[in-house]
Every structure is written in structure tokens, then in C-alpha cells.
Design a protein around this ligand. Structure first.
Ligand SMILES: [Zn+2]
Ligand SMILES: [Zn+2]
Length: 357
């Protein structure tokens, strides 16, 4: 929890030193435990005034905001570890200036040296090739993969059946080890996961022999998945919690299934549109015709008008891929290749000759 000292004293951020002092006196009076006030509240007011009532400390507090209190901003202080300011379990108020200096530096490094706590399991990735038409129409597939799952024998606890469970002696049940370093910049506290109990705070007299106390083991799994119609090349399907389960019942990561689409002999896809080409005769191009065009949704009749030029592109509306994000379908574009006849017989030759302009 972050503390807003200004809020605690009920003053604005730009309040003058006098205003802060006046507000502190009023609040302290109001909440004084000797006068039946709330002791916690009184302590909090005191703590706020210790900082805001001092020009230097107030300036540093303003600079780091209330984030410096909870240790979240630095990414490494782990909330529980730090005694907090003012009330400071083992931090002398006089050290505060130095401590702030220490924090300033720590912010710069983003708490890289510390570990916050037990982690969820890893995300996994695998790829799956599907056919062109399956990508257009959607399909169902069974995939088989191996990942860490909760250990059957200990139900993920990592403890041998019937083992005696005790508080971890290495960390005193906290699951993490705190180390306070006194540096010229002040006290810097780092927190690391207890390696003895892996953050659990408890330890069994005997570990599960199947998972060596990890609470998880590699297992092969088969699942059925639905691949949505219109999926595109390289798209990833997220299968929540099908990644590795974490150590000792920590949540599982996700499995990302990367889709590859096999080439089609006839069709090519661009976004939601499909392209193909088809041959027509010189007669059909010249006189016009109705021809059948193969699309991903079956054959469609196309009316070719007379005098159609080679390479003309025709659009078959909504015969493309379903739009994953939105409604309807893309289009199918077909390019007409006009076949020039070869090996004409004498009569055919004469007919063509007559077309010479
Ligand atoms: Zn086990
Ligand atoms: Zn421990």
C-alpha cells in the first residue's frame, strides 16, 4: 500500500510549511490516543509530518512520489520486506536522507538484483501447419505436446505422502530471504526466494520421489483445438494455462500455437482476399461466355463479357476468407488468361485470317 502523506494530513500538494504544520497540529490533536483517538491513525499522521515537515525530506518524497513507499516502483522490494519509513522497524529517521539517496539509485537500476516471489510456469510455443482451405473454413485438430503438469503422486505439493510438514527453518516461513546491505548510500534491502522451500514457507520431512519435490513432472497431453475460420499465416492461438505449470502449485503459463498455412496449388491469399487465375479461349474472350471459377467456397459462375482483354481481373464478391476481426468475407479475384491457339488447321487459319483488320 502506498501512502499519500498529503492526503493523510489533509493538505494540498502545494501547501506551505505553515499550512502543513497547522494541519499536523489539528490532526494530531484530533487523533491523539491519550484523548481517545485512534493510535494507528495518530502514528500515520506523525509519519506523514516527519517527512512533509522537513524541507529536504519533503522534496525527496515529492520527487519519488508515494511510489517510493511501497517498493513497487523499484520492482524489487517486495512489499513486506521493507519496514517502511518513519515507523521504520530498524531504520533510524536520521538515515532517511541517505536512504532516499539509495532509493534514487535503486530506481535507476529497476531492482534487477532482486526476485519478487514465486513465479508461474513458463509459456510454451509450438507450431502447427494446416491446409489452405482449412484456414479459410476453420477446422478442428488434435495436438499432442509435452509440458510440466501437476505431479500425480503428490498432487503438486512436492511432499511425500504422509510427510510431516514444518515451517521452513531457512526463511522462518516467509518464503523469501531478506538481506540488508549497509552502503554509503544507506540501507538497501534485497529479497530473494528461499531456495530451501522454493518460496512456499513450508518444508516436508520427505519430498515426493516422483517429482523430486517440484510438485510437477513432464507429461504428454493431447487436446482438441478449434481453429477459427479465416485464420492467417503466422497467427498465434493462445491456449490459456496449457504451458508449464509452476513449481509447487504455482499457476501454469500459456501455450501459444503458431499457425502455418500450406500453399494451395490454385489459390493465393492476400489478407482476406483470395487470388487465382484461369484460362479462357480466344473465342470466349472475344464473344463473351459464362465460365465456372473454382473458389474456396466451391465453383461460382462468372459472366465474361464480350471483348474481354487478357489479364483482366474479375472480382467475385465475398468468396474470400472470413474476416476474423469484423463481419463478412473478403473477395476472390480471378485473372483471366487468354489462351492463344497453337497448331491451327487450314480452316481455322482462314477463319483467323478473316479477323485481320
Ligand atoms: Zn510429486
Ligand atoms: Zn524457506
Amino acid at each position: 500500500m502506498s501512502k499519500d502523506y498529503y492526503n493523510i494530513l489533509g493538505v494540498e500538494k502545494r501547501a506551505s510549511a505553515e499550512e502543513i504544520k497547522a494541519a499536523f497540529r489539528k490532526k494530531a490533536h484530533q487523533h491523539h490516543p491519550d484523548k481517545g483517538g485512534n493510535e494507528e491513525k495518530f502514528k500515520e499522521i506523525n509519519e506523514a509530518y516527519q517527512v512533509l515537515g522537513n524541507t529536504d525530506k519533503r522534496q525527496q518524497y515529492d520527487q519519488f512520489g508515494s511510489g517510493f513507499q511501497n517498493g513497487q516502483a523499484g520492482g524489487g522490494f517486495g512489499g513486506q520486506g521493507f519496514g517502511g519509513f518513519g515507523g521504520g522497524a530498524n531504520i533510524n529517521m536520521d538515515d532517511l536522507g541517505d536512504l532516499f539517496g539509495g532509493f534514487g539509485d535503486m530506481f535507476g537500476f529497476g531492482g534487477s538484483s532482486t526476485q519478487r516471489g514465486r513465479e508461474r510456469g513458463h509459456d510454451l510455443e509450438m507450431s502447427l501447419a494446416i491446409d489452405f482451405l482449412d484456414a479459410i473454413n476453420g477446422t478442428e485438430r488434435e495436438i499432442s505436446f509435452s509440458h510440466f503438469k501437476s505431479c500425480h503422486y503428490c498432487q503438486g505439493s512436492g511432499h511425500a505422502p504422509g510427510a510431516k510438514i514444518d515451517t521452513c527453518s531457512a526463511c522462518g516461513g516467509r518464503g523469501h530471504i531478506n538481506r540488508v546491505q549497509r552502503t554509503i548510500l544507506g540501507a538497501i534491502q534485497t529479497q530473494s526466494l528461499c531456495s530451501s522451500c522454493q518460496g512456499e514457507g513450508k518444508k516436508a520431512s520427505l519430498e515426493c520421489s516422483h517429482c523430486h519435490g517440484q510438485g510437477r513432472s513432464k507429461q504428454t497431453e493431447k487436446i482438441k483445438i478449434k481453429i477459427p475460420a479465416g485464420i492467417s499465416e503466422g497467427a498465434s492461438i493462445r491456449l490459456a494455462s496449457y504451458g508449464d505449470v509452476g513449481v509447487k502449485k504455482m499457476p501454469a503459463g500459456d501455450l501459444f500455437l503458431k499457425i502455418h498455412i500450406n500453399k494451395h496449388p490454385q489459390f493465393r491469399r492476400e489478407g482476406d482476399d483470395i487470388y487465382s487465375q484461369t484460362d479462357i479461349s480466344i473465342v470466349e474472350a472475344s464473344l463473351g461466355a459464362t465460365i465456372a471459377i473454382d473458389t474456396a467456397h466451391g465453383p461460382v459462375k462468372l459472366k465474361v463479357p464480350e471483348g474481354t482483354q487478357p489479364q483482366t481481373l474479375f472480382r467475385l464478391k465475398e468468396k474470400g476468407a472470413p474476416r476474423l476481426h469484423g463481419r463478412g468475407l473478403g473477395d476472390h479475384f480471378v485473372r483471366l488468361q487468354v489462351k492463344i491457339p497453337k497448331n491451327l488447321n487450314k480452316q481455322q487459319r482462314q477463319l483467323l485470317e478473316s479477323l485481320k483488320f
